[in-house]
Design a protein around this ligand. Structure first.
Ligand code: FAD
Length: 470
């Protein structure tokens, strides 16, 4: 185990955020790394406690061997620690940056948990900078061809494992760059795009092919022995108000995609918050990413509307450890808004009642209204609580309602009532040579869950191919 008294000697120390005013001027990584001696002290806090909920379903969908690699990290055996991490984690450079770290909240140190995410990031970046991460070329090829549709974390994780198992893998991606929401969704300051590209280049060197600007459909995939659909849960939830199609109203992912494209090309994005009053509908992580991006683009003001009440500061009795704590979280974008605007941008229990437009059908303002629970538990408008907010850019970050129908239909499939391709037997096999994984199978979730599900689907696809090889 780490140091027996480590958790008493060392306080939890996370990779610090860069200064708010400095980071608001760029799209560079939000955090700075800490030196190896700090990481060793942090790893020393892990007690190999005997009840490692950090590795359980609550803590880590990938079931990372967290106490084992923390111990090796504490002992200065970075390479062995990295090898142990890579046994279960395909892309620690992604999860080490964007994972909400369920494992840290499931840690026996409870709300003062071990900094597993920063430790993981230290290990993988040390591996890259020391040249320990090299292409792993499979010893033999099976001659079986697999198409993976969609290059988000689920598709990449599946492609990686299937390739390592010796199959010839082609990832078919509709967008112009691979990565799914890792590329076009999660902003550059949270996950720099050169980190995504570094992994793609490594996978190419290992033998995975990427076919970009191509929509997966049966005529494209017919020559493959198995097809794994990882096309995400990309259908956004909209608002049921008039003038929702007005100019200046956009879904969050379209806005964030344009912003990242602008960062990558140096060109002005098609949609920008510069010089505008911005309202973001949705108080979750996607909404927070919109807030941080809008502030960087020079928004005049940013307001974030949240339907639900403000979460409690501490866990309630119905939300015990080791469950994820449903408590108030103030993320980077909201912190930045406090620094720029002097107040938290979130307005709780409030939604949009109507959209005002000018003569050219351009949004100019919103009428907001407070919400409360009605007798049947459904949210209803509070009469007389209407307010007017100036708004030149309305960003809808209200979640996703399932996978896109055109892809599902193209393969002759039917999604369930929640828009998922989730086989009734709980497997990943849709019938014939078709499989599904990630958000397309489970609904919008987390990168770490998409990775774990992509690997699980790859194992089932491999078993199917093995059976057909005999
Ligand atoms: C703005 C935003 C921020 C997020 N931030 C975080 C975070 O910080 N941490 C976290 O853990 N999770 C985060 N999430 C959730 C996380 O990104 C997703 O759960 C995860 O990316 C799902 O992975 P996936 O591979 O299933 O799908 P996706 O990442 O959605 O990838 C699906 C891919 O399929 C492609 N595609 C779709 N249809 C076709 C087709 N017919 N043919 C070919 N390609 C197709 C799409 O272009 C896309 O590239 C965030 C989500 C959003 C929207």
């Amino acid at each position: 185990m780490g140091k027996p008294t480590g958790f008493m000697e060392y306080v939890r120390t996370e990779n610090p955020y860069r200064d708010v005013q400095t980071r608001l001027k760029d799209y560079v990584d939000l955090h700075t790394a800490q030196p190896s001696d700090i990481r060793r002290c942090q790893a020393a806090r892990c007690m190999d406690c005997g009840v490692p909920f950090c590795q359980s379903d609550f803590g880590c969908p990938l079931h990372n061997l967290i106490p084992e690699w923390n111990d090796l990290l504490y002992q200065g055996q970075d390479r062995a620690a990295l090898d142990r991490l890579l046994m279960t984690a395909p892309f620690p450079e992604f999860t080490g940056r964007v994972c909400p770290a369920l494992c840290e909240k499931a840690c026996n140190l409870a709300d003062d948990g071990v900094t597993n995410r920063d430790n993981e990031l230290y290990l993988i970046e040390t591996g890259f900078s020391n040249g320990w991460i090299q292409p792993r070329i499979p010893a033999a090829r099976t001659g079986k061809r697999v198409a993976v549709a969609g290059s988000g974390p689920a598709g990449l994780a599946a492609a990686d494992l299937l390739n390592q198992l010796g199959h010839d893998v082609t990832v078919i991606e509709r967008a112009d760059r691979p990565g799914g929401l890792l590329m076009y969704g999660i902003p550059n300051m949270k996950l720099p795009k050169e980190i995504v590209e570094r992994r793609i280049h490594l996978m190419e060197a290992e033998g995975v092919s990427f076919l970009l600007n191509t929509s997966a459909a049966p005529d494209v995939t017919e020559k493959y022995d198995a097809v794994l659909l990882c096309c995400g849960s990309r259908k956004p939830r909209t608002l049921n108000v008039e003038s929702i199609d007005a100019e200046g109203v956009h879904f969050a992912v379209d806005y964030l995609t344009a912003a990242t494209r602008g960062v990558l090309t140096g060109e002005e994005p098609d949609i920008t918050a510069g010089g505008k009053h911005v309202v973001v509908v949705g108080g979750g992580d996607t909404g927070n990413d919109c807030v941080g991006t809008a502030l960087r683009q020079g928004a005049l003001s940013v307001t974030q509307l949240e339907m639900m009440p403000k979460a409690p500061e501490r866990r309630t009795a119905g939300n015990p450890w080791p469950e994820w704590p449903r408590v108030l979280r103030t993320d980077y974008g909201q912190m930045e808004a406090v620094a720029v605007q002097g107040a938290d941008p979130r307005v709780y229990e409030t939604t949009v009642k109507s959209i005002r437009v000018d003569a050219s059908d351009r949004i100019t303002a919103l009428e907001t209204v407070r919400l409360q629970k009605g007798i049947d538990g459904k949210l209803i408008f509070v009469p007389g609580s209407e307010k007017t907010l100036p708004c030149d850019l309305l960003l809808i970050a209200a979640g996703f309602i399932g996978c896109e129908e055109q892809t599902v239909r193209a393969f002759g499939l039917t999604a369930d009532s929640r828009g998922r391709l989730l086989p009734e037997d709980g497997s990943h096999h849709l019938g014939g040579n078709l499989f599904s994984a990630g958000d397309m199978r489970n609904g919008q979730s987390l990168v770490v869950r998409a990775l774990a599900d992509g690997r699980a689907a790859a194992r089932e696809t491999d078993a199917f191919l093995q059976k057909n090889m005999k």
